[in-house]
Design a protein around this ligand. Structure first.
Ligand code: NAD
Ligand code: WQD
Length: 353
């Protein structure tokens, strides 16, 4: 049974956010609602919790619509589109995202990440939904030949089934809009999203041992992990540790609102556009460790170990196209971002006590 009823009169533009109780989806839902959009979330809670809706309401003062089901279930999705008739746009976050797990379980990743996408695109064609934003990843570039990396850089053979799902997904979207010019799409290639909402009411909730650097740092600082393992100090970088472009999740979320507006106002240059979402600045693992220590005042226990298989040496974005054409720029600094991650970690642990 879906939650939308005839009594619900929508005054604002309505956006479907798939994966909206997840990390980036929840922050984007907040920014959309703050900008006056109505939001309906579909999430099967495979990697998030329903309580995230309380966090969103705590920030925005209202809850988004929420429908819990698996987007791979095409019948349920079509029923959803029949009930939520007047969708202005879809932002598609729902996917599995653990690189290592995707190597172990490739079919699970291809099945989920591509079926969700194709079911949504089918729905857009059949129910006349005009605008689509896709969560892509800088992983499509692999180790780029030139840094900073522009949107023009070629895809490199994917290192993992996860990365491959992002490359294939971008191709599926391109082929679909080519023959359905009524649909506009924007692929946003995220670099390394980190941090949490400044309220500390929503943030990243990794299940089990985190794979990503910043949640591992905050869990080590709070005492859940003994020490951070720094993977490799023999890279050809200023301090020998690998370099990434870490972007605040609230800045990232805002880029989605700007993208939706651009499509609704028909300001796009073509019906498929691609933008890098990064800061343009590379930071090494040790720079992140030091910035975290400074921001939090906590001394971090860490050890240098060997490189992690599959890691690239250095990647950071050329932000010119997103800055000039999309009219969006990352604004929040690294220490403020790491402090937000730390405040979120402390808040989560306090609640679990
Ligand atoms: P997340 O796991 O926190 O959020 C994804 C959400 O989608 C979860 O709440 C999960 O329950 C839901 N979901 C997954 N499969 C579903 C399905 N079949 N039906 C319904 N719901 C489903 O991940 P995130 O970090 O917020 O990432 C969001 C998107 O951004 C993903 O597509 C991811 O690949 C992409 N991305 C993430 C990063 C990153 O570092 N976090 C970087 C680049 C790209
Ligand atoms: C960052 C740096 C590690 C953990 C991954 C995906 C990518 C994208 C973002 C979705 C690297 C080092 C990490 C640790 C460490 N996700 N590190 N000790 O690998 O750049 O990107 O997440 O699209 O596709 O591959 O991010 O946070 O895992 O690592 O030293 O315990 O931190 O080696 O240099 P990565 P990350």
């Amino acid at each position: 049974m879906l939650n939308f009823t005839k009594k619900d009169v929508l005054k604002n533009k309505l956006v479907l956010v798939t994966g909206g109780t997840g990390y980036i989806g929840s922050h984007t839902t907040v920014e959309l609602m703050n900008e006056g959009y109505d939001v309906v979330i579909i999430d099967n809670l495979s990697n998030s919790e329903k309580s995230v809706l309380d966090g969103i309401a705590g920030i925005t003062g209202r809850k988004p619509y929420f429908e819990q089901f698996d987007i791979c279930d095409r019948e349920k999705l079509e029923n959803f589109f029949k009930i939520y008739k007047r969708l202005d746009a879809i932002i598609h976050f729902a996917a599995y995202k653990a690189v290592g797990e995707s190597v172990e379980k490739p079919l699970m990743y291809y099945q989920n990440n591509l079926t969700t996408l194709m079911n949504l695109l089918h729905g857009m064609v059949h129910f006349n939904i005009p605008n689509f934003v896709f969560s892509s990843s800088a992983t499509v570039y692999g180790q780029p030949d030139k840094l900073p990396v522009t949107e023009e850089a070629p895809f490199k053979p994917a290192d993992s089934p996860y990365g491959n799902t992002k490359q294939i997904a971008e191709e599926i979207i391109r082929d679909t809009v080519k023959v359905n010019p009524q649909i506009k799409a924007i692929s946003l290639r995220y670099f390394n999203p980190i941090g949490a909402h400044p309220s500390a009411l929503i943030g990243e909730l990794p299940r089990g041992v985190p794979n990503n650097l910043v949640p591992f740092i905050t869990q080590t600082a709070i005492g859940i992990r003994d020490e951070l393992k720094v993977f490799g100090d023999d890279y050809d970088t200023p301090d020998g540790t690998a370099v990434r472009d870490y972007i605040n999740v609230v800045d990232l979320a805002k880029a989605h609102v700007v993208s939706i507006k651009r499509m609704i106002e028909k300001r796009g240059k073509s019906n498929l556009e691609v933008f890098n979402l990064g800061t343009g600045k590379g930071s090494s693992v040790m720079e992140i460790v030091k910035a975290f220590e400074k921001a939090s005042g906590v001394k971090l226990n860490y050890k240098i170990v060997g490189r992690r298989i599959g890691d690239v040496e250095s990647v950071y974005s050329d932000t010119k196209y997103a800055n000039d054409e999309l009219g969006w720029k990352a604004e929040i600094g690294l220490e403020e971002t790491l402090l937000s991650a730390w405040n979120w970690e402390k808040n989560v642990r306090a609640k679990k006590k």
